[in-house]
Design a protein around this ligand. Sequence first.
Ligand code: ADP
Ligand code: ZN
Length: 788
Amino acid sequence: MPQVADILIPLALDTAYSYAVPTGLTLKDGDVVQIPLGPRETIGVVWGVEDRASGGNLRPVSGAIEVAPLSEPLRRLVDWLARYTLAPKGSALAMALRLPDENARTEIVRIGVRSAGKPASRPTKAREKVLAVAADGEVRGKSALAKEAGVSLSVVDGLIDDGALETIALVPEPVALPPDPDFPRQMPLSEAQAEAAAKLIAAFDTVSPFPQMQGEDRDDLAVGAVSSKGEAEDRPQDEAHPRTFPHDPLLPGSAPNGGGAALSSQAGRGDSHEVPRAILLEGVTGSGKTEVYFEAVAECVRRGRQALVLMPEIALTAQFLDRFAARFGVRPATWHSGIGGRRRERLRAGVAAGEVSVVVGARSALFLPFTDLGLIVVDEEHESAYKQEDGVHYHARDMAVVRGRLEGCPVVLASATPSIESRVNTQRGRYGHIVLPERFGGRRLPDITAIDMRLDKPERGRFLSPPMVAAVKKAVADGEQALLFLNRRGYAPLTLCSACGHRYQCRNCSTWLVEHRFRRALVCHHCGYTERKPEACVECGTFDHLTPCGPGVERIAEEAAELFPDKRIIVLSSDFPGGTERLRQELEAVAAGECDIVIGTQLVAKGHNFPYLTLVGVLDADIGLTSGDPRAAERTFQLLQQVTGRAGRGERPGRALVQTYQPDHPVIAALLSGEAERFYEEEIHAREAAGLPPFGRLAALIVSAAQREVAEAHGQAMARVADPPPGIMVLGPAEAPLALVRGRYRFRLLVKTDRGIDIQSYLRDWLARSPKPRGNTKVTIDVDPQSF
Ligand code: ADP
Ligand code: ZN
């Protein structure tokens, strides 16, 4: 009988398309194929094959493509992702495919360049910049070199022609060697670490694949699916011991019509017998969590399975990779969206063939085609960088829990400052919980003191208060390092004309332009719009009246340079000139003690180990507290704990000083007293009282258009048909928190539901009733928005 294949295409399409399978071609689920689509050929993945007599007038599949097929768990993950986020299924598939782009495939050998050790015949400023970068003798890609030197590609080409640079073929990096789990440890684990590691290792034997994996009906796996097998449990939600807990992506709750079956009931019939879906590894900064989960990675490798370690920011993990090498003898394979075509292809192939045993990667690594995934670690699980905010809006931590479930492998969530969601999940017994309460090696957590800015005022036009200046002075005099933390890039967050009051605003966004003095520019931090800082006010023409308002790190650096003229000062933020590579070198320099004062944004707050750092000065602890976002308290607390936790990780004890106008604010008070538990408890209660996540569910719909009225009208038209049943509230449309971004006006509708409600089903129904957006109007859906 002729066969028909349902092919899912990695485009923004919701359903698979049917194609005839030509005789002689055997296809199975997950195979990657080439197919005609309109006038072109494209690729797709087999999402089902059936024998069907009447497939005659379908277009045939063109052929199979020789790449690893998508495994069943990975296909389930794609289904799940689409159902949960309401993204088109094809868009979810695109996340898992990420085939090398066209250019990369045609580029057989990449050309690298390095210094030929000769000067340029015609030295120019630009040429000198290139040669300065190339002076280290390393081989780099041409464009990488140009970028790092901050010049155009033609300057590099000119130097090649000139003979000052020589070209060399770049051999693609081989796939990483397998790490040796029994590589001799340099230092044994502490007792607390060993105990924690043993608990993690025990999880390998208790976790089993999700039962539905064997099921026929793939919809059973989907979030909020209504069981097709009549397994519906209509047992009412037990308030004291709820079976389902809304933020958990595995979960669903009952459908709004009341007929739905909770997925969790199919998965594990009651919480009490259920194996935890993930394990929260909580330990104060410097407690040695990394070494603990390394033991789980080692166990995974010993069992011949693959491990994935997710990191929020993979570009700056050099220190982490060194530690990995110290533990396992080799560096792991790394993955992020920026890696080039050929390396990406090799790595994917290596992962699919099971040759790559450990991948350290950014959130997109979650969709790699592992054949036998045995462990997922999500490091710094509370990080908001795990949430993808464009395209498919997904949270990598939550999807990691889903993938772990589908693969039947343990998932470890590590953090010094866990998210409220994960905490609540441990309280409900949904996640396991392992705690390392103390720093490794008996080191103490830093003492944290507040500086009340209402009393200890800085001098006019300054931002460092007298006690802060004194503390920095003392630290550097003692040969120690100080970190001044301010989570604001650039020189000043607002520029105004003191003659006419004009404020410099982005022309595409509803944001102030940030002065970047080093670049002599005013820059929008949302769209990147940049203009030269004018000499005279563009509004009134007055000269010399443009006034920077408030500080950014560049301005603090200026102040510090005046106060401490003979000290070595480094400013670290994501605008660091010279790109990631230079930034990495600077971080290494800080770790090696080669500077006295570090001034940095959140970039330096996280993960790094600076053994000489003893003083952390937080310059504006209140920054995040005024935003009106209900997550503001949690986020600020996490960030402040992380940054103050950088102090005293080496031999000498650390301390932190926190400049604040609100020393009595619960966030600041908890930070000072070290009562993290109490802060979390209060925050959890407040969320519960307000029905906010994870106690209620939220989705944000952003309606955007080039004209304000069009966006608003479409939002209103949607609101008119929202028709929410009991337990669901639809708010808005109201101007989105950022009302204009990149020239598009944005209105927001918020959907707020009681817990246990299948928000996805409601959204789908509502969208189906809503008018279709036309012209340039767009509706984007964000389930579990990070800010609300
Ligand atoms: P965390 O991730 O909890 O902040 P780390 O794993 O980075 O903590 O450990 C903090 C510091 O203690 C690091 O410098 C690390 O090298 C050191 N350390 C942790 N465990 C050990 C160990 N068993 N032996 C030696 N040094 C350790
Ligand atoms: Zn802008």
